[in-house]
Design a protein around this ligand. Structure first.
Ligand code: F6P
Length: 553
C-alpha cells in the first residue's frame, strides 16, 4: 500500500445527495415504492423488450426491477451529473484517479490489444503488458509441453498458486470456470489461508518433484502469502532431497516487487511482473493469472483478455442508456440507496461459476466499502452493498425461502447460459427452467386469491402467499467460454466503477484492511514466548491468555 508523498490537489467533491438529480430520485422513489412489478408489466406492453439490452452474446434483462421508464431516465441523469462518463474517460486515459495512492487505475490496459497507446507519466504501458504476456506464454508452453522439467527430471503435473485476496480469488475462480479448457494431466490448486490446514490439504497427496509453486503477491510482503511461501519452500526442499538449486525449477513469482522476490530466493527469470497501476482485485488478467494460463494455455487466456476488452470497449463507447455496466450499477444503486436494500445476491446457474460470488465480494466490497468521498468528507448515504451468493439450483434448497418470503428484500443477479458445456441429458433445460422460474416467482409472486382459487383452505393460504415485487436482473449469456468469462468479469468491474463514481469515493484503495494487519503483527509475539505484559482491551487480553493456557504457555 503506498501513499502519495505530496498532498495531491483533490477537487472538492459535491456530495451526491445535494444534487437536484438525487433529490428527484428521492421524491420519485416515494412514487415507485407502492407500485408492484405485476402492475408495471400490466401497464407497459413492451416493458420486457425495452428494459433489456443485448450485446456481446449477453441478454441483460432488467425489466423485473422495481423501476419505471422515468426511474431509468432519472438514474441516467444522475450518472451524467456526477460525471460518470468523464471519470470513465479519465480512467481509460491513465489519469491518476486513485488519488490517495497517487496511482493510475489501468486494468483496462492489461487487455488492450497490441498497438493501443495508453500512457502513464508519459510512457506507453501497452508494450510492457504484451512483453509480460509473451514471457508468460513461453513459460506456460514449456510447462504444458513437458519441456520444463522439475529438479529430478519429471514433468510438472500440479501448479499451486500461493496468494490471497486479489492474488488468489480471481485465478481460483477462473480455474473453476475454465477447467474444461485445462490441459488434461495438469491441475491447479490454490493456497490462500494462513491456516496451515489449507497448505496441508492442498499438498498432502502431491509429489514435490511434479509440483510447481507460483507465489503471487503484488507487494510480496503479505503475511499469509509469505508464510505459506516459506512453508512451500521447506516442503519442496524436503521432498527433493534438500538441494537449494531445486527452488529454481519449482518456484515462480508474480509480483510488482522484484527486490523482495530476489530476497526470497526465486530466480528473477521466473518472475512475471505487473505494475502499481493494477489494483490487486483487478489483477486476475495480469501475470496474477499465470496459473490459469498454464492450465488453459496462452490462446484461451488471450481469448479471456479479448472478452474483457469487448466489455471495456462497450463501457467506454456506449451511451449510458444502453451501457450494460452503467445500467447495472445504476439499478444496484437504486435498490441499495432509494429502495433500502442492503445486499445483493449474485446467483450463477452454472456450477463452473461456483467461486464467482466470492470473487465479486472482494471486487465490490473492497472497492466500494468506503466511508469518505475522494476529498475526505464523510458520506451521508449507503455505499457498497453486501454481496453474497452461490450457484443455483443448490441455493434454492438453502436460502431462497428467505428471498421469497422473508421480511428483507434481497435484489438478485441471476446469471444463466443458454448452452451447456456438456450435453448429457436434459439438465440444461431443467437448470434454465429453474432460473427463469425463480425470477418470475420473485417478481410476480402469488396472491391470496390465486391460492384460495386452487382450493387451499383460508387458514393455510396466508402461509402460501408470495408477495412478489422482489427485484432481479437476468444476465442470460449464450455460453460460458474464456471470452465470455472475461466479459462477465469486466461487466462487474465497470459496474463497481459506475457506483463509486456516483458516490464520489475512491474505489481503488483499501485502507480499511490495514488496522487489523497491524494489530495482528502486535499480537503474534504475544501468543508465544515469555508471558507478555498485555496492554490490549480486556476482551483481547483474556482471549490471548485463554489461548496461551490451552497451548500450555
Ligand atoms: O487484503 C488487502 C489486500 O491488499 C488486497 O487488496 C490484496 O488483493 C491482498 O491484500 C493481497 O495483497 P498482495 O497481492 O500484495 O499479497
Amino acid at each position: 500500500m503506498s501513499t502519495a508523498t505530496t498532498a495531491p490537489s483533490i477537487a472538492p467533491v459535491t456530495p451526491v445527495d445535494t444534487r437536484p438529480e438525487w433529490k428527484a430520485l428521492v421524491a420519485h422513489a416515494d412514487k415507485v415504492k407502492p407500485l408492484h412489478i405485476r402492475q408495471l408489466f400490466r401497464d407497459d406492453a413492451t416493458r420486457a423488450q425495452d428494459l433489456a439490452v443485448n450485446a456481446m452474446d449477453i441478454h441483460f434483462d432488467f425489466s423485473k426491477q422495481r423501476v419505471t421508464r422515468e426511474t431509468l431516465q432519472l438514474l441516467v441523469s444522475l450518472a451524467k451529473a456526477c460525471g460518470v462518463e468523464a471519470k470513465r474517460d479519465a480512467m481509460f486515459r491513465g489519469d491518476k484517479i486513485n488519488v490517495a495512492e497517487g496511482r493510475a487505475v489501468l486494468h483496462v490496459a492489461l487487455r488492450a490489444p497490441k498497438g493501443t497507446v495508453i500512457k502513464v507519466d508519459g510512457k506507453d504501458v501497452v508494450p510492457d503488458v504484451h512483453a509480460v504476456l509473451d514471457a508468460m506464454s513461453a513459460f506456460a508452453n514449456k510447462i504444458r509441453s513437458g519441456e520444463w522439467k522439475g529438479h529430478t527430471g519429471k514433468r510438472i503435473k500440479t501448479v499451486i498458486n500461493i496468494g490471497i485476496g486479489g492474488s488468489d480469488l480471481g485465478p481460483a475462480m477462473a480455474w473453476d470456470a475454465l477447467r474444461v479448457w485445462a490441459q488434461p494431466g495438469l491441475e491447479c490448486r490454490y493456497v490462500s489461508n494462513v491456516d496451515e490446514n489449507d497448505f496441508y490439504e492442498k499438498t498432502k497427496d502431491l509429489d514435490a518433484a511434479e509440483t510447481m509453486f507460483v507465489i503471487s503477491s503484488k507487494t510480496f510482503t503479505t503475511l499469509e502469502t509469505m508464510t505459506n511461501a516459506h512453508t512451500a519452500r521447506a516442503w519442496s526442499l524436503k521432498g527433493l532431497g534438500g538441494d537449494e538449486k531445486a527452488v529454481a525449477k519449482h518456484f515462480a513469482a508474480v509480483s510488482t516487487a522484484l527486490e523482495q522476490v530476489k530476497k526470497f530466493g526465486i530466480d528473477p527469470a521466473n518472475m512475471f511482473g505487473f505494475w502499481d497501476w493494477v489494483g490487486g482485485r483487478y489483477s486476475m488478467d495480469s501475470a496474477i493469472g499465470l496459473s490459469n494460463m498454464i492450465a488453459v494455455g496462452p490462446d484461451a487466456f488471450r481469448d479471456m483478455l479479448a472478452g474483457f476488452h469487448d466489455m471495456d470497449e462497450h463501457f467506454r463507447t456506449t451511451p449510458l442508456e444502453k451501457n450494460l455496466p452503467a445500467l447495472m450499477g445504476l439499478l444496484n444503486l437504486w435498490n441499495n440507496q432509494f429502495l433500502g436494500c442492503d445486499t445483493l445476491a449474485v446467483l450463477p446457474y452454472c456450477q463452473y461459476l461456483d467461486r464467482f460470488s466470492a470473487y465479486l465480494q472482494q471486487l465490490e466490497m473492497e472497492s466500494n466499502g468506503k466511508h469518505v468521498q475522494l476529498d475526505g468528507q464523510h458520506v451521508r448515504w449507503q455505499t457498497s452493498p453486501i454481496v453474497w451468493g452461490q450457484p443455483g439450483t443448490n441455493g434454492q434448497h438453502a436460502f431462497y425461502q428467505m428471498i421469497h418470503q422473508g421480511t428483507k428484500i434481497v435484489p438478485c443477479d441471476f446469471i444463466a447460459f443458454a448452452e451447456s458445456l456438456h450435453n448429457i441429458g436434459t439438465h440444461q433445460d431443467l437448470l434454465t427452467a429453474n432460473v427463469f422460474a425463480q425470477a418470475e416467482a420473485l417478481a410476480f409472486g402469488k396472491t391470496q386469491a390465486e391460492i384460495e382459487a386452487e382450493g387451499v383452505p383460508a387458514w393455510l393460504a396466508p402461509h402460501k402467499v408470495m408477495e412478489g415485487n422482489r427485484p432481479s436482473n437476468m444476465i442470460l449469456a449464450r455460453k460460458l467460454s474464456p471470452r465470455m468469462l472475461g466479459r462477465l468479469i469486466a461487466f462487474y468491474e465497470h459496474k463497481v466503477f459506475t457506483m463509486g463514481a456516483i458516490w464520489g469515493i475512491n474505489s481503488f484503495d483499501q485502507w480499511g484492511v490495514e488496522l487489523g494487519k497491524v494489530l495482528a503483527q502486535r499480537i503474534i509475539p504475544e501468543l508465544s514466548g515469555a508471558k507478555p505484559d498485555l496492554k490490549h482491551d480486556g476482551s483481547t487480553n483474556a482471549l490471548i491468555n485463554q489461548y496461551r493456557a490451552w497451548r500450555g504457555r
